[in-house]
Ligand binder design. Sequence first.
Ligand SMILES: [Zn+2]
Ligand SMILES: [Zn+2]
Length: 350
Amino acid sequence: MRAVVFASGGVEVAEVAEPKVLEPTDAVVEVSLSAICGSDLHLLDGKTPGMREGGVIGHEFVGHVVAAGAHAGAHPEGTRVVGSFLIVCGACVPCRERRFNHCTERRALGLGTLTGDLDGAQAERVRVPVADVNLTALTDAFAEILDEQAIFCGDVLATGIYAAHLAEGGPGDTVVVIGAGPVGLLCAASVRALGARAIVLDADPHRVEFARERMDLEALDVSEADAGEAIAEATGGAMAAATIEAVGHVSAFRSAMRTTANGGRVVIVGVYGSERYELPMGMAWIRGLDLRFSGMANVQAHWIEALTQVASGAIEPDATITHRMPLDEAVEGYRLFAAREAMKVILTPS
Ligand SMILES: [Zn+2]
Ligand SMILES: [Zn+2]
């Protein structure tokens, strides 16, 4: 079958072996749509090391179960499903407490040897371990959800809902989101769906425009302005009850501390690797800043809520999609995405 593979530090579309049911809890899913994610770029830029040469990339997908192991009964063959990027065991103590992102056997699809070396979903078919837990069915109340909407519920929108809960914004609160990429936009949409005022900040005027025009979000261009001053002005000096940092850069983290009110929450969703930062302890202490590092998104605890928000029309995640391409043109999709010419790229196997 055709798949996007890691090759010489980049990507190429190649012929690879068919995935098979290897464990009785596995399922194989025929992929109807996959997507390119910022996390995929981190494999290429070295932030996420350990991708194997020839390994299949991709962790955002929707499709149909075409083979199920003897103990993968929750989603029989033919079931339309969305998959989680986060692959968990479902049985350990953190999983039983629904803290799936702290599963003691945590893995991820298509993200390299440090997360289980599982082949990913930018392919015609993908093997999903512990399928009962790591797939969710698009049936009943979710049957009307389009593939282009459902695909977000296994990663980006589940992340947004998870982050919005960590931010604990409610009616009357302002929650700032730093970064108007797909994750930031869906964090802001989730914050708004939970009842708070969401303000998106980005230093790229095109992304600010996108947030306003395509997502109908309140967004401020901070390419010239200081983030703290911009939020002081927007909130009449009250500042944000919480800030979600959706960039994964120390400068964005510092901005997040400046936009947050004393006693407020700083939620760090952006991905970090080997970066270091010297925290002014006295400042953080006297201001009572509540720093909340998200870790990997707790997808399985939030994807039903994500699907419910989509089914109700409260969140339209597919508004982030700018490019739809055949899987065979994935190399061009990666180029557009890395160059920030694309907001979200969707790939269709032929
Ligand atoms: Zn992703
Ligand atoms: Zn577990």
